[in-house]
Design a protein around this ligand. Structure first.
Ligand code: NAG
Length: 375
């Protein structure tokens, strides 16, 4: 009896966790470089990581800029029968939106488009939505749909379907965005998808987690708990910093070889799967890049010689009494044009460069973030 109960509970847990495979596709930067358009896009739509977290007002919010590197996405189905979309799972915003058949912008032509007439579960809403980005805006209508994510169905999910999209979205490998931040951040209003998953009793724990691989395949979004096959050691938990709509945590300091090089006297950072790099104020980032011997160009891109990257020190993030050491293999990015560091200017964000090294848990129920060594 006892062993049967144990078996049952083990089954319940392992069945409850939902794994969504994520692709690390060709980045917008690669796609643009192949077409010889990257420099033009960079000038037209300057990337401003900080702009994503400017204070919201009633007219506008700025949850996204042209980030040429943001590349992790997975598939969801919207409607009945499901229409399939690739979405960026973004812990820095709280809306679900995808392109629609009524959109004639060039960015919609290169992506899958939602057709409400082809779905038996579509429910219209009188509300329109408009999201102002630093690099342009998107707008459209909102409605409610049945959303399929892996084998789970979320009922009556608010979502936005665009009729206008800014040009900087044209070369993104994903069609739309699925926001995983807190409900107060939503432009569309209503309950974000993850909160509905929990409220509708579809997942065993009010938590999701992410493993971001440096390979094209193998990354995963885990809904309802942790996937212990993707990390080693203990999960180190960090309480969220104050009440906010973002996944904000306090960092005590950032050190190199025991010297405080940034975030002296503590700072607050957003953990954001929709930002590719580690972002911080100019002074701090210049100091880190200086310690790494990197030279920055006018666009703030910090380069180092590829031949010495294995000699570079760890950059250590001291958070809640834990030390998270980022080795050069994690923070140096090599491309055809050379080696650059993963540290850029803005307000503090721990993006994909950090999350690739540390499996990240987003615990909604207990208002905390967890990091563990990814494997
Ligand atoms: C949308 O779906 C309806 C019903 O299936 C179909 O008649 C119509 O042609 C579709 N519209 C577009 C633009 O694909």
């Amino acid at each position: 009896m006892k062993s049967a109960l144990v078996l049952l509970s083990v089954l319940a847990v392992s069945q409850g966790i939902i794994r969504i495979p994520l692709m690390r596709g060709k980045s917008a930067r690669q796609a643009l470089e192949e077409r010889g358009l990257f420099e033009e896009y960079r000038r037209k739509f300057p990337h401003s990581p900080a702009a994503k977290f400017l204070p919201q007002n009633e007219q506008s919010s700025v949850p996204l800029t042209f980030d040429p590197r943001g590349t992790y996405y997975g598939e969801i189905g919207i409607g009945s029968p499901p229409q399939v979309f690739k979405v960026l799972f973004d812990t820095g915003s709280a809306d679900l939106w995808i392109p629609s058949v009524s959109c004639t912008s060039s960015a919609c032509e290169t992506h899958s488009k939602y057709n409400s007439s082809a779905s038996s579960t579509f429910q219209a809403s009188p509300n329109t939505f408009h999201i102002s980005y630093y690099s342009g805006f998107i707008s459209g209508s909102t409605g409610y749909e049945l959303v399929k994510i892996s084998d789970l169905y979320v009922e009556h999910q608010i979502f936005g379907f665009t009729d206008t999209e800014a040009g900087f979205l044209e070369f993104q490998p994903w069609d739309g965005i699925l926001g995983l931040a807190f409900p107060g951040l939503s432009n569309e209003g209503g309950t974000p998808l993850f909160n509905n998953l929990w409220n509708q009793g579809k997942i065993p724990q009010n938590m999701f987690s992410m493993y971001l691989s440096s390979s094209v395949e193998g990354s995963v979004l885990v809904l309802g708990g942790l996937d212990s096959t993707h990390y080693t050691g203990t999960m180190n938990w960090i309480p969220l910093y104050q009440t906010s709509n973002f996944w904000n945590i306090q960092i005590q300091s950032i050190t190199i070889n025991g010297n405080t090089v940034a975030c002296s006297g503590s700072c607050v950072a957003t953990v954001d799967s929709g930002t590719s790099l580690i972002i911080g104020p100019d002074r701090d980032i210049n100091n880190i890049n200086g310690w790494l011997g990197a030279s920055s160009d006018a666009d703030g891109v910090a380069s180092v010689s590829c031949s010495i990257t294995n000699l570079l020190p760890d950059v250590v993030f001291n958070i809640n009494g834990y030390s998270f050491a980022l080795p050069p293999s994690a923070y140096i990015m090599q491309s055809g044009s050379g080696c650059t560091t993963g540290f850029a200017s803005g307000s503090w964000i721990l993006g994909e460069v950090f999350m690739r090294q540390f499996y990240t848990a987003f615990d909604v129920g207990q208002n905390r973030v967890g990091f563990a060594q990814a494997v």
